[in-house]
Design a protein around this ligand. Sequence first.
Ligand code: GCU
Length: 679
Amino acid sequence: FSNGYDLWLKYHIISNVELLENYRKNLESVYLEDGGETLDIIRKELSMGLGGLLDETVSFKAFDTAENQLIVSKFGTLPEVFKNEVKMDLLKKEGYIIKSIKQGNQSYVLVTANSDLGLLYGTFHLLRALKMHESLDGLDIKESPKVDVRMLNHWDNLDRTIERGYAGFSIWNWQTLPDYIDQRYIDYARANASIGINGTALTNVNANALIITPQYLEKVKALADVFRPYGIKVYLTARFSAPMEIGGLSTADPLDPEVIQWWKDKAKEIYKSIPDFGGFLVKANSEGQPGPQNYGRTHLDGANLLADAVAPYNGVVMWRAFVYSEHDAEDRAKQAYTEFVPDDGKYRDNVLIQVKNGPIDFQPREPFHPLFGAMPNTPLMMEFQITKEYLGFATHLVYLPKLFEEVLQSDTYQKGKGSLVAKVVDGSLNNKKLTGMTGVANIGTDINWTGHPFGQADWYGFGRLAWNPYMDSKEIADEWLRCTFGNEKQFLEPVKKMMMESREAVVNYMNPLGLHHIFDTSHHYGPGPWVGNLSRPEWNPVYYHKADEEGIGFDRTKTGSDALSQYAPELEKMYADLDTCPEEYLLWFHHLPWDYKLKSGRTLWDGLGIKYQEGVDQVREMITIWENMKSYVDSDTHHQVSMLLDIQLKEAKWWRDACMLYFQTFSKMDFPKEMETPE
Ligand code: GCU
């Protein structure tokens, strides 16, 4: 029985007997440098990890030339004999080296770093390698994170509900904090450290100013104290109107001297109890949230105000570019670029503009956000959504790292071919010093943290990509599966295939060929392409698909909203031209007649039906694969996933039928023969 609580960090005895013997022989004892809290955590992890994997009590000893040892020590305190064996140059503060070394008759595995945190990351890496049955011979690993701030954004409210959370309630129990430290806080920190996450914003972007009052700050401090030895910094959302709501001022105008002073004092107060506080995350002038524009000021004024307040303490401000005004109904995809690009280069050095992966809102597929690469003089950070607001919540199996990878690998062409989004994120495209990636968390009080057992892979994969945005999503799936379920090839290959295809499946059965935002409104779960009566134009699905008797799709070329002009000329040209526009973005950029000929020679109408059907068929295939995996997974998890896949199939058909029947009222054409008759 497995309840999923242990995530990818279970340490069962190594199943391959030969390998087990080899590991036992090579890891007779451990030399671990003495030190503070982080080293205590390493000791505990090694006791648990090696103890479990080798099914032995781990013996911690001094450096011993008569034993094959695991050496875990910062470079400065390494036994002299090893110092020439490793090259510490180019290793960042959080980086580490893992190396197998022969000395006389003994073999050693060395984990070394410049910091305690580097050692912790190296320890997790080594334990993962053992879990994945990798050989200890010839280990020669040098790893540094490519991105500085690797964080989770919790959209958790103070009453413990979670905006767009589908795995229970918030794990932050504000009621019993600060005195009661739930074991879950520690396990949370451990899980995040194991994948390199080093920051967490505890509260919803639709912020409640209460979080920055003294009553709550002492609770935040308690969490920060738990997370610190795991290398995780705490960030908070800052409600822009806080100076009025909790400060008693009559304005929150960012240029008002009293307001400026209020934020300075607030920062001072926070840093007094949390000296390594990460900084503020801000959603301003978007979806009704207060912001500088309420006072005729700009995002720049607002961001710099907060940046100045936290700068003396090395804090940062994450200012979100997710902005929509009810007054600009023409194309909401354009607004962020319009509001942010003119101020490129004017933001303070400690401001990161936090940009969602696409210009609309975490859809199953979007082209990358045109801001990436378009603000060469401002650090931009990536915001992905790990919780699946528009991808079937925690009910559907959709492996998100595949989506993340597609975005990161997209070419912005902003500095010629090869200007990947990943290069904007890791700062290499424009030589940026401050870099970041964040993921909206899918974590809640559910026993297994994420609701769907496969939701854990999305959390895991996000962390891995934040560490290295160039990682291959298939490799990540392989790691996660091995660490979570085991190393049997007959299990790994088919399940990996299932995960890798799951993303395209959801695109096909929800939003094929570039369709987007046709979800039923407010909850964003099932189909609702027919909704058109909401007061704000961009809240209505009909605004996005624009279906009529002539055709379907959103014209974003020069004849339409011209949003395409926000991309580099190469891309603009490629997407504007129907011959070169990839079909997966067709209806994102073009409004086309129902009988438009696709590359396959079929009409757009037929192609749409075929795609919807393909999505349904792909879910059927996932079910078949999973059925055959019974002997590799504990029966409980197997059953859970089976039930969820059955729902997914039912709902894939629901999507297909609802959308096709609705669109048929315009196309007035028969369903393609490949499509099953709606149920
Ligand atoms: C989406 C989501 C909201 C969220 C918003 C944001 O619109 O539906 O719940 O607040 O994104 O990212 O700010």
